[in-house]
Write a protein that binds this ligand. Structure first.
Ligand SMILES: Nc1nc2c(ncn2[C@@H]2O[C@H](COP(=O)(O)OP(=O)(O)OP(=O)(O)O)[C@@H](O)[C@H]2O)c(=O)[nH]1
Ligand code: SF4
Ligand code: SF4
Length: 304
């Protein structure tokens, strides 16, 4: 078999049809967050050229994958990101996850190149805590705030603010973050993320059930997303999504993502590294079978 058949979709042996592609385009980053999982990778590797990125996305799109998430490391460290975006096929949703340090000056060009929206990492509204968490110099925090403004101005909306909850460090800031997002009307929303503790930081692990309970107690509505069955709470007109990947079989059972590593490997699951499929040097004709192979290697749960 070679080309993706008309209407062919990729469904794994657990019944999960792949609907979105999450592609890391660099392992490099200009911050050094205390909890960084670097998308399950260790060290830095060679980066895919734009041609490879485009070929992979084109083939994904032939399989009906219509959502693309670009991530890093920090994807804005790639100066050819706009070029890649302009060459991608039409998709329902193209988004970028960034720390926004470099976003202010590129928000408009990214929008013009075809980016729909951004998720921005912001764990705290306190500049000193930001420095502690991101292990960076003074000044970065203000650049992130500028990046958020610029993203809203450029229409890269809804902007999601990714806040990794860290016990006794920022878990008392949820209300302040919500107030901050309300300041942008409906253009900015909050996404709380349960720490995936790759770095052995037990002191920062939160009790996700308690967080969920307290969100529920103040929300007027709860919606459930198809992806990962994530819950979205509506609190005084603001939206808060809670990403709970830890020991959560429902999360994995509803995982419709295939990943691509920065060095051009199809990665069936974030946390598994022994089932990667190298596509860095594959021709476009070879890619469909490699996609089928990667999907056949998907595992039911991350820690199996
Ligand atoms: N375990 C696991 N964690 C994920 C997965 N997808 C996202 N996450 C975590 O969720 C956090 C937020 O991810 P983002 O890159 O901002 O994107 P997203 O919220 O998943 O995607 P959108 O809702 O499409 O914007 C990240 O910290 C990821 O580590 C996944 O498939 N598995
Ligand atoms: S911004 Fe993201 S990629 Fe960079 S160090 Fe922080 S968590 Fe890791
Ligand atoms: S950890 Fe679970 S949700 Fe994340 S990629 Fe793996 S199977 Fe999907």
């Amino acid at each position: 078999m070679s080309s993706a058949g008309t209407g062919e979709v990729l469904t794994d042996s657990y019944g999960r049809t792949v609907r979105s592609l999450r592609m890391s385009i660099t392992d490099r980053c200009n911050l050094n967050c205390i909890y960084c999982h670097n998308e399950g990778h260790v060290g830095h590797s060679r980066e895919m050229p734009v041609d490879t990125i485009v070929n992979i996305v084109e083939v994904a799109s032939q399989f009906g994958i219509n959502r693309l998430k670009l991530s890093g490391g920090e994807p804005l460290l790639r100066k050819d990101l706009e070029e890649a975006l302009t060459r991608l096929p039409d998709m329902r949703d193209i988004s970028l996850t960034t720390n926004a340090v470099l976003l202010r000056d590129r928000a408009s060009s990214l929008k013009d190149a075809g980016l729909d929206r951004v998720n921005i990492s912001l764990d705290t509204l306190d500049p000193e805590k930001y420095r502690t968490i991101a292990k960076c110099s003074t000044g970065m925090f203000d650049r992130v705030l500028d990046g958020i403004h610029a993203a809203v101005d450029a229409g890269l909306t809804p902007v999601k603010l990714n806040m990794v909850l860290l016990k006794d460090l920022n878990d008392d800031e949820i209300k302040d973050m919500l107030d901050f997002t309300r300041g942008y009307g409906g253009d900015v929303m909050l996404q709380l993320i349960e720490l995936m503790d790759f770095r052995d930081l037990p002191q920062y692990r939160i009790n996700a059930n308690e967080v969920e309970k307290s969100l529920l107690s103040v929300s007027s509505d709860v919606q459930v997303r198809e992806l990962h069955k994530r819950k979205k709470y509506i609190i005084n007109g603001a939206e808060v999504e809670f990403v709970r990947p830890v020991d959560n079989t429902e999360f994995c059972a509803n995982c419709n993502r295939l990943r691509v590593s920065a060095d051009g490997k199809l990665k069936p699951c974030l946390l598994v590294n022994n089932n990667l499929v190298d596509v860095l040097n594959a021709t476009k004709d070879e890619l469909p079978d490699l996609f089928r192979l990667a999907v056949s290697k998907r595992v039911p749960f991350c820690r199996d």
